[in-house]
Design a protein around this ligand. Sequence first.
Ligand code: HSE
Length: 317
Amino acid sequence: MSGVMETVTAFAPATVSNVACGFDVLGFALESPGDEVTARFAPAGVFIDDIVGDSGRLPRDPNRNTASVAAQALLVRLGERRGVALAIRKGLPLSSGLGGSAASAVASVVAVAALVGACLPLDVLMACAFEGERLAAGSAHGDNIAPALYGGLVLVRQPDPPDVIRLPVPAGLTAVVVHPALEIETAGARALLGDTVPLSDAIREWANLGAFVDALHRGDFAQMARALEDSIAEPRRARLVPGFAAIKRAALDAGALGCSLSGSGPSLFALCRDAVIAQRVAAAMSAAVRASIGGEPRTIISVIAPEGARVVSACAS
Ligand code: HSE
């Protein structure tokens, strides 16, 4: 691409955060769906031209939208005096547990960086996207932002300043996500957790997290299955999803290595050792959602996407 960019569009994928044993620190990227943000220059400041796919529910006020707050943080970081206007295409349902606010923030910083011609390390983009996510979730966690930006399966040792560790993904590992027709606000789901956890729950979580990371490195699916257990969030949030236990049971009975809430829900994810098992698990989970919640859930089967956010189109003058 040459010349001055007039518009740049970036895509950022859906993400599964927590991954059962890594509350607020583990996340992985799906191949699709995702959000797209198109950026163009504006005289000064950050504006929102348009949002589609949100049924008019997201804030158009640039001070209250995750994508524009992230873009503003980037412009400040760059000392950029030009402004930008954003058009946001929501491919991710709101309050679904698929990292929608993170995807918009990440797509925004990737689009704006490309528009202004800045080639920046991922941790700088993450720090700016994090400002948008902080606004949306009302708290500071990077387990959706990081995989949406870096791709793959990542451990966020700390979100700010970012220290993101890419973890190996064994061949075959396939994710299933079912999204029932419910919405759960992350802020409310976080409030359910309180500020403290019993020491015994914390010990179980960090033991499982260590075992999961080790299993990824060695491709040990049996150990992975033992480690995919959430002692922090799932016990306190499962009641937000009617039939959660039955849906999880259906996934495990169909051969999943593990199953838990995706982020703060209502989506559930399962990890499977190969795509054939994933098909079976997806069918079993969907049937359980139909039986316990009703309606046809959206079902996604995806490898752990190695690539995160990227520019998908650019127009030069
Ligand atoms: N780790 C976060 C949570 C992800 O579970 O609250 C949701 O954005």
